[in-house]
Ligand binder design. Structure first.
Ligand SMILES: O=C(O)CCC(=O)C(=O)O
Ligand SMILES: [Fe+2]
Length: 267
C-alpha cells in the first residue's frame, strides 16, 4: 500500500490513507508522515480502530508519552500515559473553547493524539492554523507582539477536575513562539478562561488585544472541522494549532483515548 496524504482545507489538516497504524512503519513511511505533519499540523487517519497499546507504540515514534498530573482521574488503569476523554456535562467541559494543550505548564506537550472509540451524532473537533494566524497580521502588529509574554492559568480545566482554585497551575510563555522544527512563528494564545493576560500590561490593554488575536486566529478560513467516526486517529501539533471540541451532543456517549508527547519550553 502506498501512503497518500490529501489536504483537508486550504489552511490546516491532511488525511493520510494507505497506512495501518497498528503495524510497524517503514523508515520511509515515517519520514513521509513527519514531512506531512510539519506541513499540515493535523493528520487524520480513518478506520484505524487503534487500541491503547498500539496507540502508545505509534505515539512513541514521535516522542515521549507524558503522564498528566491534572488528568490523573482519567487514566486508563493499565496505561497511565493514556487518558480516556468521556462525555461530561457541558458546564464542566473545559475543551469547548479554543486552546492549546497545557500552556499552564512550563513544558507543554508538543503533540496530542486521539483515538476515537465511541462517537455520538455531533461532537466535532476543530483546529486552527496558528502560523497563518501570525503570518496574516500586518508587519507592524507582528513587531508589536514580538517579545510579549502571556500568562496562562488553567482555571476551567482545574475546576472540571475538582482542583481547588488556590492550586490552579499557571505559566508564562512567549505570545509569538517559534516552532523548533519548521522555524515558523505561531501565535500562542487561548480563551479568556485560561489566559490571565499579557505580562506587564493593564487588563484594559491586554484583554482587547487578546480578544482580537483570538477572533483573528479562529476565522472560518483558518480552521479544519473534523467529523469523527469511531476508529479515527487524529494527531495535532500543539506548537502551531489551537483546537476546540464542540459539545452539541447532550448526554450521548463520546469516548476518545488520548496520548500527549513531551514538548520543549516555548521559545
Ligand atoms: O474532545 C475532543 O475532541 C478534544 C479534547 C481536547 O481538547 C484534547 O484532547 O486536548
Ligand atoms: Fe485540548
Amino acid at each position: 500500500m502506498n501512503l497518500k496524504t490529501t489536504s483537508l482545507t486550504g489552511s490546516v489538516g491532511a488525511a493520510v490513507d494507505g497506512i495501518s497504524l497498528s503495524e510497524p512503519l517503514s523508515g520511509e513511511q515515517l519520514e513521509q508522515l513527519r514531512e506531512a505533519f510539519r506541513r499540515h499540523c493535523v493528520l487524520v487517519f480513518r478506520d484505524q480502530q487503534l487500541a491503547p497499546a498500539p496507540q502508545l507504540a505509534f505515539a512513541r515514534l514521535w516522542g515521549e508519552p507524558m503522564v498528566s498530573a491534572l488528568l490523573s482521574k482519567l487514566q486508563l488503569g493499565e496505561y497511565p500515559e493514556v487518558v480516556q476523554i468521556r462525555t461530561t456535562s457541558k458546564e464542566l467541559v473545559s475543551t469547548e473553547a479554543w486552546h492549546y494543550d497545557a500552556p499552564h505548564t512550563p513544558v507543554p506537550p508538543k503533540i496530542t493524539m486521539l483515538s476515537a472509540q465511541v462517537i455520538p451524532a455531533g461532537g466535532d473537533t476543530m483546529w486552527s492554523n496558528q502560523y497563518l494566524a501570525y503570518e496574516s497580521l500586518s508587519p507592524v502588529m507582528q513587531r508589536m507582539l514580538e517579545g510579549l509574554r502571556v500568562h496562562f492559568r488553567a482555571v476551567k480545566l482545574a475546576r472540571s477536575q475538582g482542583v481547588m482554585d488556590s492550586d490552579v497551575p499557571s505559566a508564562v510563555h512567549p505570545l509569538v513562539r517559534t516552532h523548533p522544527e519548521t522555524g515558523r512563528k505561531a501565535l500562542y494564545i487561548g480563551h479568556a478562561d485560561n489566559v490571565v493576560g499579557i505580562e506587564g500590561m493593564h487588563e484594559a490593554e491586554s484583554r482587547p488585544l487578546l480578544n482580537f488575536l483570538y477572533q483573528h486566529s479562529t476565522q472560518p478560513d483558518n480552521i479544519y472541522r473534523h467529523m469523527w467516526r469511531a476508529g479515527d486517529v487524529v494527531m495535532w501539533d500543539n506548537r502551531c494549532t489551537m483546537h476546540y471540541a464542540v459539545h452539541d451532543y447532550g448526554t450521548q456517549e463520546r469516548v476518545l483515548n488520548r496520548v500527549t508527547l513531551k514538548g520543549e519550553v516555548p521559545a
